[in-house]
Design a protein. Structure first.
Lengths: 88, 361
């Protein structure tokens, strides 16, 4: 049996393309990294604050990822594997 | 990647953690999470532990996931059901000089779904820890069935998941840090919902129910970048993040997020959060199928839609209320979020209550 060809469908369409997003992100990070000074260990007091390390605890972040994974088509960007449940 | 090699590496790092014992500290968190939308309710109590073990850090959690929904197939019509899922996981990250190496596992079990993941990860701290490079590999094996509903043709299926993740964290100043993470996820196996059916017009011109059919593989790309900045003058922390997502099913998603964290007293803080999410539809998704096609789905997650999340979190240590001694450092968190969803799921509310106990041993 032959099926009709698949065509891209999207109500909103992407705001920007993948290449544009990648280039913009790399440019921002590169410019920030180029402008930074080396921070010595004794200057790290504020960097060690809870809000600067991770203002979301592991359990909070995991539950949010779990909820989004069963309600959104996108996943990832956390460095951890999502899924793992029958919430599809 | 080879599953046995990953499992062996993860087991070796956990065994290494168990063999070490030294004076250290850690934290145990008891958390209850609640999610409610029009036809689905989720209650999830969990316990998280983070412990310093020798030169490394051990993380573990156990949780119970109780889901009550109007339908066994998410987003479909049917009789109400309640299902319970159990999950436990542990990981260990060993520090040695300028690098860290570790691994772990995650196991999840429910009546019609069982999942086992192994992960190995490494981090390199460069330039006096101003730059941290990270890489993680994960391999998952899922078993799917449809045994919770009688009258269906028995299904036994598998799903393999591979994750490759790379990250860079860069300290930009004594009050600012940025990070970028790229995740590549490759799924291979059964990716449909065994309970979901799709209505399509058959060759006789009549509407007919078909089992959901989606491709047997999926490759997902996610690129996430963020910047955090602390403002000493006001005790504020600003977080700005953005994720770009694309997969070979034709879904493209954009997710910007802003969080504002404010110290309001010595031991208390408030956090405001806004997240926007927008995605395109999968190439094969149709609101209505006028004829049976190779792929058929009625999954709301594969349609085009957008969500917005508005959240507030209050956190305080018990010392603020006059509690002394070791209990003064116990931290209590209360979180409330409202999620608007233009998908068929409808709007949702999320609540969480957590109590974190600091440990010294």
């Amino acid at each position: 049996m032959r099926y009709p060809p698949v065509t891209l469908r999207g109500t909103f369409g992407p705001i920007v393309g993948a290449r544009t997003a990648l280039v913009a992100l790399v440019a921002v990070v590169a410019s920030l990294a180029g402008a930074c000074a080396r921070v010595r260990p004794y200057q790290r007091e504020d960097l060690a604050r809870r809000s600067m390390i991770a203002d979301q605890d592991a359990g909070e972040a995991r539950f949010q990822q779990h909820a989004r994974g069963s309600r959104e088509g996108a996943d990832g960007g956390t460095g951890e594997a999502g899924g793992g449940c029958g919430c599809n | 990647m080879h599953r046995r090699a990953l499992a062996a590496a993860a087991a070796a790092t956990l065994a290494l953690a168990a063999a070490r014992a030294a004076r250290a500290d850690g934290e145990i968190t008891l958390r209850g999470a609640y999610y409610k939308e029009r036809s689905t309710k989720v209650q999830q109590p969990m316990i998280d532990a983070r412990l310093d073990v020798g030169p490394g850090e051990l993380n573990a959690h156990v949780l119970v996931d109780a889901i009550t929904s109007a339908s066994v197939a998410s987003g479909a019509e049917g009789e109400a059901f309640t299902e319970v899922r159990y999950e436990h996981a542990a990981s260990y990250l060993h520090r040695s000089g300028w690098f860290r190496l570790g691994g772990g596992y995650r196991f999840s079990d429910e009546p019609d779904y069982r999942s086992l993941f192994f992960t190995v990860q490494g981090q390199a701290e460069l330039a006096e820890r101003n730059t941290v490079l990270g890489v993680a590999l994960a391999d998952g094996s899922d078993e799917i069935s449809n045994g919770t509903v009688s009258g269906l043709q028995t299904l036994q299926a598998d799903l393999d998941t591979d994750l490759v993740s790379a990250s860079v964290t860069q300290v930009l100043s004594p009050v600012m840090v940025a990070g970028v993470t790229y995740d590549l996820v490759m799924l291979d196996g059964y990716l449909a919902n065994p309970y979901r059916t799709v209505s399509a017009v058959n060759d006789s011109g009549e509407a007919q129910k078909f089992d959901e059919r989606v491709p047997g593989s999926r490759t997902r790309h996610a690129l996430f970048g963020s910047v955090r900045r602390f403002v000493p003058e006001t005790g504020s922390t600003v977080f700005v993040g953005y994720r770009y997502y694309q997969d070979d099913w034709g879904i493209v998603a954009h997710t910007p997020e802003v969080r504002f964290h404010q110290d309001i007293l010595r031991d208390a803080s408030v956090r405001l959060r806004y997240r926007y999410y927008e995605q395109t539809a999968a190439e094969f998704y149709r609101d209505r199928y006028d004829a049976p096609q190779q792929y058929l789905t009625d999954d709301p997650k594969l349609d085009a839609f957008r969500t917005q999340t508005f959240g507030v979190q209050l956190a305080s240590e018990l010392g603020l209320f006059g509690v002394g001694g070791k209990l003064a450092g116990v931290r209590v968190e209360l979180l409330a979020e409202y999620v608007t969803q233009t998908s068929r799921f409808g709007d949702a509310v999320i609540g969480q209550l957590a109590i974190s106990l600091p440990l010294e041993y």
